[in-house]
Ligand binder design. Structure first.
Ligand code: MG
Ligand code: ZN
Length: 207
């Protein structure tokens, strides 16, 4: 882990040098991480330039989706590893066309456990939850939520068909990490995406 942290520090220095703000986007498979990235690019509407690193165990399906938006993207297929690590990001950064002063969105492998432990060199951590997963995930996977800068609840349009209690979720976030910004949105209907994109648009590197 010390070796990973050293490479993560190198990555962060490299990104700082380009004034690129990096976000580590984590969440369960199917929470809508890729949809959120597609919609972030759309709703930013050129206020900030974006580049994307996609992490999956296998396939480059998500990079193909992102490529259709026209932004630079690189797929990391981990070949079995259930999380990204700093060395994988270092390699991707060497090949990626980074927009100076822009935003780098890193989609981690779908997993609520070990991605929380690996610093990639990002500036901000985002956890994407979704209504169909249920409102108890903060209690079940506290580590990933404790260190989040922002928590997104996607698929808010499905709330009426589910038992998801937003008040419970909000209270749990407040208890475990009152610092995190909370966004309730739907990549399907567009509700809440404007506030999310405004939050992204104002981010700057922090040291
Ligand atoms: Mg994905
Ligand atoms: Zn893992």
């Amino acid at each position: 882990m010390a070796a990973n942290d050293a490479v993560a520090t190198e990555n962060r220095r490299f990104l700082d040098g380009q004034a690129v703000v990096a976000l580590n986007v984590m969440g369960s498979p199917g929470a809508g991480k890729t949809s959120l990235i597609e919609n972030t690019i759309r709703w930013l509407n050129n206020r900030r330039c974006v580049a994307v690193i996609e992490g999956d165990i296998a396939t480059n399906y998500d990079a193909e989706r992102i490529a259709r938006t026209g932004v630079p993207v690189i797929q990391i297929a981990t070949g079995g590893e259930c999380h990204l690590d700093a060395a994988m990001i270092k390699q991707a950064l060497a090949d990626l066309d980074l927009p100076r002063g822009g935003i780098l969105l890193i989609e981690n492998v779908g997993n609520l456990v070990c991605p929380a432990e690996y610093d990639l060199g990002e500036h901000f951590r985002v956890v994407v939850a979704s209504v169909p997963e249920g409102d108890d995930k903060i209690e079940k996977y506290p580590a990933i939520y404790r260190r989040a800068d922002a928590v997104v609840v996607n698929k808010a349009d499905l709330a009426e068909m589910s038992d998801f209690r937003f008040d419970r979720f909000r209270m749990q976030i407040q208890n475990i990490n009152s610092y995190a910004s909370l966004f309730e949105l739907s990549c399907k209907t567009g509700e809440g995406l404007s506030a999310w994109a405004d939050w992204i648009a104002q981010l700057r590197c922090r040291n």
